[in-house]
Design a binder for this molecule. Structure first.
Ligand SMILES: Nc1ncnc2c1ncn2[C@@H]1O[C@H](COP(=O)(O)OP(=O)(O)O)[C@@H](O)[C@H]1O
Ligand SMILES: [Mg+2]
Length: 254
């Protein structure tokens, strides 16, 4: 099993959109049911991108409070991707879950070990922005950390904080692979082009050669509770997500 975690220091950069659409693009390559997504963000939005109307019990938070494995609450979407929603929970439930995560650093590792997922399966994990108990858990189990950036000065200013985080994790995970993904690039905007260039100089090969363009179809797709690959199979963002999936599934391509 490969674990890909999608992170950023800033909110609103497109982590959840990337997690859902990348998962759908990977499922188109690897086959239905090979990709599972886990929502570790209390915003609880990931399942909506996959058109899922989760039941009350289909919640990674509630399931953990019941001390049960999330395997029983995995929801299959119409797009070949499984999802485990965070769940629409109360503040008290969220706090209790976060206390478990803080006191049991191997919680995610145990869940994955008991998940019944196969060797060739891929798990994508969506996270809230910035440092959190969720990020600690995800870093500890990740094979690949995908850091989402916008082509703006705000994202650039977060790179130092992210790199210092990764440095701290190096002690526990010396071979952890971390790559940056540029999302919402608009070639017509000069600042976007310039920031893209600055980021490439700063990050070198760690900035993926494939980025996701700014494309209104991404937001429109969510309004229809669909992945963009289904909403508009020919648009720019769909092609970008397909390229990104191939790039990540074929490590020699990056
Ligand atoms: N490539 C893109 N092109 C256009 N809009 C995008 C793109 N990626 C994300 N968005 C929009 O940006 C907003 C924030 O995205 P979201 O995935 O919720 O970010 P995060 O999970 O990092 O908070 C949403 O309205 C989403 O539709
Ligand atoms: Mg999000």
């Amino acid at each position: 099993m490969s674990v890909v975690v999608v992170v950023s220091m800033k909110g609103g950069v497109g982590k959840t959109s990337v997690t859902a659409n990348l998962a759908v693009a990977m499922a188109a390559e690897l086959g239905e049911g090979c990709i599972s997504t886990v929502d570790l963000d209390p915003q609880n939005a990931l399942h909506l991108h996959l058109g899922l109307d989760a039941l009350e019990r289909q919640s990674v938070c509630r399931q953990s409070l019941r001390r049960r494995n999330w395997r029983d609450v995995l929801v299959g979407s119409a797009y070949g991707v499984n999802c485990i929603p965070y769940g629409a929970v109360s503040e008290a439930e969220r706090e209790a879950f976060e206390n478990i995560l803080a006191s049991e650093p191997d919680w995610l590792g145990r869940q994955l070990a008991q998940s019944g997922l196969g060797e060739d399966d891929v798990v994508l994990i969506d996270l809230p922005p910035g440092p959190s108990v969720y990020l600690n858990q995800a870093f500890a189990c990740a094979d690949l950390v995908l850091i989402v950036l916008l082509p703006d000065a705000g994202s650039y200013s977060t790179i130092m904080a992210m790199e210092s985080w990764i440095e701290q994790m190096r002690f526990q995970r010396p071979d952890l692979e971390t790559v940056y993904l540029l999302n919402q690039m608009d070639e017509a905007v000069r600042l976007n082009r310039d920031m893209g260039e600055v980021l490439r100089q700063r990050l070198g090969k760690r900035l993926l050669p494939v980025g996701i363009h700014r494309d209104e179809a991404v937001s429109e797709a969510l309004a229809f509770l669909q992945p963009v690959l289904v909403y508009d199979p020919r648009c720019q963002a769909t092609q970008d997500f397909q390229r990104l999936a191939s790039c990540l599934l074929e490590p020699s391509a990056r």
